[in-house]
Design a protein around this ligand. Structure first.
Ligand code: ADP
Ligand code: ASP
Ligand code: MG
Length: 442
């Protein structure tokens, strides 16, 4: 039997109305069972992180005020869905656990990545329990199967262990079960809760799709599929009906939040169909991500992506290659994303985004040791199969950068993307301009 995995993001489960809509989609898409992955209710993950930060400062009162708000909001949604009694067995122990974790952090006056992951799991588990009731499925804890390493805050999957642990899930789902589970969470080799990094539920869905031999994974979000640019910066952004896995990979790697950066690799390995659709408008256009590239005009750019919050580290040529390589390794080990490492006779440039507290600390240590380190940069990428087909044409797009204070070019001409560094303050005007000239105007 062919299995589908559906993933609903925070905004798709952010209110009673959204959950009802999602339930309709589950009924339509999974009449014979399947797996549904849900994120925490919209905003909950940020709230839990705020509560942890307050508790870590010793400010338990603020942490508990946030906890009360999380609790009230969840209860209100359950009530609107007529599920107050139904959530009664599952929810109170979760709220108690979050309270205890925050109290522990406040007593210690610190919050570790491991403790934060434990707290974050509460938001995902509250939501998955509620969604299971709302979708008339059965809740299963994803930590039974999502085996990861112990890098708290940005854990990496252990694929063999995941596949092995997923065997009972494969069986039950093949027999027609409708199971609802959490995204974002994993379990370390010692059985301790981990998280896959912010926005990681997309990756949970595709990793589960791979481990369960799914035929299709659907990512349900709040836009009509993958768009030609971030709609919050570009009003004219329009849906891309079909794109290659390579384009989707580049787009997410360079910051398009619609798909988590690690979410494409499982589809590349397993070959399932990957679809991005809009929970608010299920009948609207959607994006299908294909292993075989759709036809594109040579030189054409399909989309523009960006990511802010990048730091640049500059190493003089005299330092040689070992210090920048060592810095890149320790930053990545601590959870930083590396956007570029360029070396020339003039020196070496390392562009990273810290992502975790641990990586921010490593960055601080490097700066303190005398490595010139500038924050406030952004990476911008033009993405399209057409760039692979005609690398020389790609260089024409650089003309658009005109007077821009470009900090470095990050990719060569043989891939589906061309990326460069600009100051964050330039994004607001540069992204719409690049979109209208390079994507629409091509
Ligand atoms: P979810 O909660 O469903 O995971 P996210 O907020 O993580 O949703 O991702 C969806 C958001 O990604 C959209 O609302 C949009 O603001 C943003 N986004 C950025 N770039 C793109 C793009 N190229 N296409 C679609 N959405 C994008
Ligand atoms: N709830 C988590 C977050 O906000 C995971 C996700 O939404 O994908 O980052
Ligand atoms: Mg997301």
């Amino acid at each position: 039997m062919s299995l589908k995995v559906l993933k609903f993001g925070g905004s798709s489960v952010g209110s009673a109305e959204a959950l009802r809509r999602a339930a309709g989609i589950v009924r339509d898409e999974l009449p014979a069972g399947g797996l549904v992955v849900v994120s925490a209710l919209r905003g909950t993950t940020d709230q839990i992180l705020d509560a942890c930060a307050a508790a870590g400062r010793g400010d338990l009162a603020t942490a508990q005020t946030i906890l009360a708000a999380i609790q009230a909001r969840h209860q209100a949604v359950a009530e609107e869905l007529g599920l107050t009694q139904a959530v009664a067995p599952a929810w109170p122990p979760l709220f108690t656990r979050l309270d205890q974790l925050l109290t522990g952090m406040a007593m210690l006056g610190e919050t570790t990545a491991r403790a934060r992951d434990a707290a974050l799991a509460v938001g995902e588990t509250l939501s998955a329990n509620l969604a299971a009731l709302c979708f008339q499925g059965t809740f299963q804890d994803v930590r039974q199967v999502m085996q990861t390493d112990a890098r708290f805050g940005k854990a990496r999957p252990r694929l063999e262990a995941l596949r092995e642990a997923a065997a009972p899930w494969r069986q039950a789902l093949a027999a027609g079960a409708l199971w609802i589970t959490q995204g974002f969470l994993g379990s370390s080799p010692e059985g301790v809760t981990t998280t896959l990094g912010r926005g990681g539920s997309d990756t949970s869905a595709t990793l589960l799709g791979e481990a369960l031999d799914a035929e299709e994974v659907q990512i349900w979000t709040d836009v009509d599929g993958v768009l030609t640019a971030d709609p919050s910066l570009v009003k004219e952004a329009r849906p891309i009906p079909q794109m290659s896995l390579g384009e989707a990979e580049a787009l997410s790697a360079f910051g398009a939040k619609v798909l988590h950066a690690d979410s494409l690799a499982p589809g590349g390995r397993a070959g399932f169909r990957l679809v991005v659709a809009n929970t608010l408008r299920p009948g609207a256009s959607r994006t299908e991500i294909l292993p075989v590239p759709p036809a594109r005009a040579a030189g054409a750019v399909t989309s523009v992506a960006y990511k802010e919050g990048i730091s640049l580290l500059r190493f003089p040529a005299s330092a040689g290659l070992e210090p920048p390589l060592e810095a890149a390794r320790s930053l990545e080990e601590a959870g930083a994303l590396r956007f570029g490492l360029i070396s020339s006779p003039a020196g070496t440039l390392l562009a990273v985004r810290p992502e975790t507290h641990a990586a921010t600390e490593v960055l601080g240590t490097l700066a303190a040791s005398g490595v010139p380190c500038e924050s406030g940069w952004a990476v911008v990428a033009l993405v399209g199969e057409g760039l692979r087909a005609d690398p020389v044409a790609a260089l024409r797009h650089l003309g658009e950068l005109g007077q821009e204070p470009v900090g470095g070019l990050l990719t060569g001409s043989s891939t589906v993307s061309m990326a460069f560094l600009v100051p964050e303050s330039r994004l607001g005007s540069l992204i719409p301009r690049l979109h209208s000239r390079c994507v629409l105007g091509y």
